[in-house]
Structure formats: structure tokens, C-alpha cells
Design a protein around this ligand. Sequence first.
Ligand code: NAD
Length: 355
Amino acid sequence: MNIAILPGDGIGPEIVAEAVKVLNALGETFNLETALVGGAAYEAHGHPLPESTLKLAQQSDAVLFGAVGDWKYDTLERALRPEQAILGLRKHLALFANFRPAICYEQLTNASSLKPELVAGLDILIIRELNGDIYFGQPRGRRKSPDGLFPGADEAFDTMRYSEPEIRRIAHVAFQAARKRDRRLTSVDKANVLETSQFWRDVVVEVSKEYSDVVLDHMYVDNAAMQLVRAPKKFDVVVTGNMFGDILSDEAAMLTGSIGMLPSASLDANNKGLYEPSHGSAPDIAGQGVANPLATILSAAMMLRFSLGKVEQANRIEAAVKKVLSQGLRTADIYEAGTKKVGTQEMGAAVLAAL
Ligand code: NAD
């Protein structure tokens, strides 16, 4: 099995190194090949997603990705910014389904910004459509306003759009995921205001006829944002579009205490995927050896489960992570009084020992 390892920028190389140690300790014969991506690739090759990196990702069975980005690249033209690498990989690998589980580990209940009773035992899954919506919709740009309140003024515009097949395929993914869990699916939209959202809702309802065993409900995105902090445990699986999913999945991440704990998977139609922590490159703590590697290690577990068919090995990793948390080991982001603060490498070593 060929796995492309793309550490990226900031804390990316530090946290990916720990996940690689865990993969190598499983006793499997994985072929791991590393390549530059993001700002690191721009420095070396003049592009955040060089042809060689893209080719490696395309030829691999799965991609383990760290994070990209640094404030020092903020002045580069958009096409050359590190974040374009992740957008490019999503597009070229046709990754349209983003899985973001938000699980509040029993041991970390106090790390959440919400009251412990609201998050204890939380286990929800947000499925975000990744290829369409206002992030990719054309036309977009800047121009002199042809109409509106201030004709002739400078303006910028983006286009929110979704086609029926795009909605249909993500809806199927979501219903099938719900089937493997508590069989409850919430579709989030803004159908009271947006035409795209009403269409989204119509198509999801149509698809739901094939899944009579899953209970479907609909929620407006503003209400969903509120319910996620009011009563998050009421959700099981949430499916939504690209922009709403981007925002809600970060909100859900914080319920669990730290974004440093949350893995993610982005899958194509054949379950080939890119696996990465939900957080970014954290330039503020890069190089200090304090970043939490657990989200990346848990992303490797998701990779084993979804793309490589190694469910037992995925379970072993997840059990090892729970064990180190039970041992009271904490990186700075999840530290609380009475626990032991450890760095990135110590946390990785503890997971290895638990394995
Ligand atoms: P971020 O997720 O990098 O950091 C937000 C906060 O969380 C920071 O305080 C950081 O120190 C902390 N944090 C993140 N991961 C952590 C970890 N593993 N352990 C401990 N603390 C952690 O988001 P940001 O600051 O908004 O963005 C920084 C850079 O990352 C930007 O260039 C942004 O574009 C990029 N980014 C990349 C991705 C990606 O590669 N997929 C995703 C989001 C942001």
C-alpha cells in the first residue's frame, strides 16, 4: 500500500513525524513516500503544489497531510499561496466528501468551553461537501457595480451554486454514514433565503426515499450554529454544503476542547482519501515542540479504516490514544491542573508505547 506523506508547513512536519512513527509501528508493509507541499514547496519549487507532489498523491492509495500556510505568504498572489495546495489536491483527486468527527473524549470533558454535562460523551459527525458551493462557483471577481444600491461603485462578487448530482452524491454518502451510526441525519441549509439551499433541500428529500431507516431532519444554518453550542449531543450526522460546513465543523471542533484532537478525512467516490488534522499550520507555536500530534495520529487511523481497509489497526491506534489520555498525559492545548504536560514527541512516544 502506497501512502503519500505531505507534512507541509508550520507544525505540519512535527505532527506528521509522530503519525509516521505510529504507522511504522503497526507491523504492516506500507510504502511511505514524502513530498513537499504548501509554503515549503513554494520555497523549493516556486509552486505550493508542484507537479511531482500531485503525481505522488494521485498514484498513492491514500494521502496523509499535515497542514499548510504561514502569515509570511499572505502577500503572495492567490494562486501561489500555500492554501492553494489543499484546494488543488481536493480538486485533482476529486475529493468531495469531507468527514469531520467531533468526539469529546471522557478524559477531556473539562477542556471544552461548554459545561461538562453538555459535551460529555459527545460523538457527532459533520459531513461537508467539498467541491462546490460559493468557494468554487463561477463567475466571481471584481468589477464596477452594474446595478444595485451604488451603480458604478467598485464591488466584488462570488457565486453560490450546486448541481443536482453534486448534492445527490454527498447526500448518499451522508445517509450511508448515518446508517452505520445512530441513523439520524440533519441536513443544514438556508432554504428560507437561498435558492441554492432550497434546491439542496429538495434533492436531499428525494434521496431520503432510498433510506427509510434513517430519520432525516432539516435545520437552517443559523439555528444549527446555535444548537451546536446549546445541545450538541442532539446531533448524530450533519450534512451540509461547503461554506456552511467549513464554519460549523470548526465550531463543533471547539466543543471537544481542542482542535488539536480532531482528525478529518476527504474522500472520493472510491474511498481513496486525503487525511489531515482539522487544524491549520499553527505558525504561532511552530518549531517549539508543543503542538498536539493526536489529531494527525487519529487521521492516520481514519486512513487505515476508510482507504486501506485496516479497521483493526485503526481501532488499535484509537485505543492507544485513549490510553495516553487516561494516563493523564496532555499537550499544552488540552492541559489542565492535575495532568502531566508533555511535548509533541513525548506524546507521540506515549502513543507508540501504548500501541
Ligand atoms: P490554526 O488551526 O493553524 O491555529 C489556530 C489556533 O489553534 C492557534 O492558536 C494554534 O496554535 C492552535 N492549534 C492548531 N493546531 C494545534 C495543535 N495541533 N496543537 C496545539 N494547538 C494547535 O489556524 P490559523 O491560525 O487560523 O491559521 C494558521 C495558518 O494555517 C494559516 O496560514 C491558514 O491559512 C492555515 N490553515 C491551513 C489549513 C490546512 O492546511 N488544511 C487549515 C486551516 C488553516
